[in-house]
Design a protein around this ligand. Sequence first.
Ligand code: NAI
Ligand code: MG
Length: 499
Amino acid sequence: MAEQRLEPILNPVDLAKSLSGQHFIDGALVPARSGECFDVFNPATQKVMGQAAKGNADDVDAAVKSAAAAQKEWKKRPARERGKLIADCGLVLAAHADELARLIALETGKALRTESRVETGVLADAFTFYGGLGSELKGETVPFNPSMLTVTLREPLGVVGAIIPWNVPLMLMALKIAPALVAGNTVVVKSAEEAPLTVLRVCQLMNQILPKGCFNILSGYGPECGAPLVEHPEIAKITFTGSVETGKIVNRTAAERLIPVTLELGGKSPMIIMADADLDRAVAGAVSGMRFTRQGQSCTASSRIFVHDSLHDAFVSALTEKVNAMTMGDPLDDGTDIGCIISPEQLEKVKGYIDLGKNTANAVAHECSALPTDPALQDGLFVRPVIFTGLTNQDRICREEIFGPVTCVIRFKDYDEVIAMANDSDFGLAATIWTKDLKTAMDATQRLEAGFVQVNQNLVVQPNLSYGGIKQSGMGREASLEAMLEYFTEKKTVIINMT
Ligand code: NAI
Ligand code: MG
């Protein structure tokens, strides 16, 4: 443990420079074995804000070896003691929340007030939550035979490989590494190419508390650095969040190695607004559910909004008005509601879908808010949110994940028809229904095919609630006590013959 605690560095430009060109391996910032780096861009200006170490199989091997060595001691510590250290990390991360929020805003273009501070709050909260669960790693006693005491033990898996994306990297990393560590595993994280720096700062902060080697972070490209992590013989489990396509690649390699995998993939989540819904609340729910403040860059985004015929026009005008009133601008400005898209590739993808939507029969594109006028942001990756009407659930833009600020409002008349449309999707991550009728609410929660169903609200992921999808949205669950037990431990059966 470092004797002197790190002080917050509130200037994100300086902080980014201080973290540039490094992995975090065996308790220290180190450059890539190859000496190579790649640029990290501020998406609000497209100017270079730092470098990331370009990881390859050699770096992966060094990180996994460090984690494997550390795990031998880490797993022997009493579970509550491990939990206490993770909870202490939560306190340190909370004390540095503003610093981390500023850096993640600079790195990802997510607005400070509406998104980045919220994310750093969840980061600290996830550590606090899991820190309290050490002694919940309980097994069972089994009434097998009166002369044989039979119990199950929850044991750690070993070294966990975690591959994370750029949209909410701090929150997603926390929901993987906090439970993995409390359960007695050690971790190697592969960060996303677009957001490799803030996660490094989290490492530096945690390093003041946890033994070296318990957690390691590598930056690098997917095929060069992510793939060797999945292939490494000492990796005992992979937990991945990202695209369906990459998730399948990861799953194939893991299947060959016979190691468990958790996959949190995309979504095309339906929101249903029944005729009896409270319109104002439903509109506010659509704004938060669609994650307009995150430029729609969310796997949970409510990107298909089914509205009853009788409310459709009023809903569309109220939603358009609300999104129009949001301010797009400098992510680091407290007055900004909506920041920018992460990368030129993602912006191209989003614009491609907007064009596709505009060229679809009967589509009307309601473009909202206004692009920033600040000359400093003229090269920024900004796009106006679009609310489409007139589309059908069969149109491509209602079926494929856009991962941008684009939602489709689809008119319906009949309840059974809308449930069928909501379920007619390759994905099954989240679903929402707005109604005042208890019977409809109960029925819909049973019929909607999704891992997370909400009635009359749109909460984001919570550390203590199981989260994950069905169908192409993934497999396994994250967050919650159950996720720690089921996805970060192995169950061992022990029989003691007492005769
Ligand atoms: P991606 O799935 O390619 O990247 C996610 C992570 O996987 C990154 O760390 C990446 O380096 C790593 N990776 C890439 N190829 C790999 C490989 N062969 N082996 C191991 N790791 C590998 O997603 P990307 O390219 O950032 O975004 C593409 C689309 O994916 C987005 O437009 C969006 O639709 C979706 N997406 C979904 C997310 C979610 O939260 N479920 C998060 C990010 C993207
Ligand atoms: Mg990719």
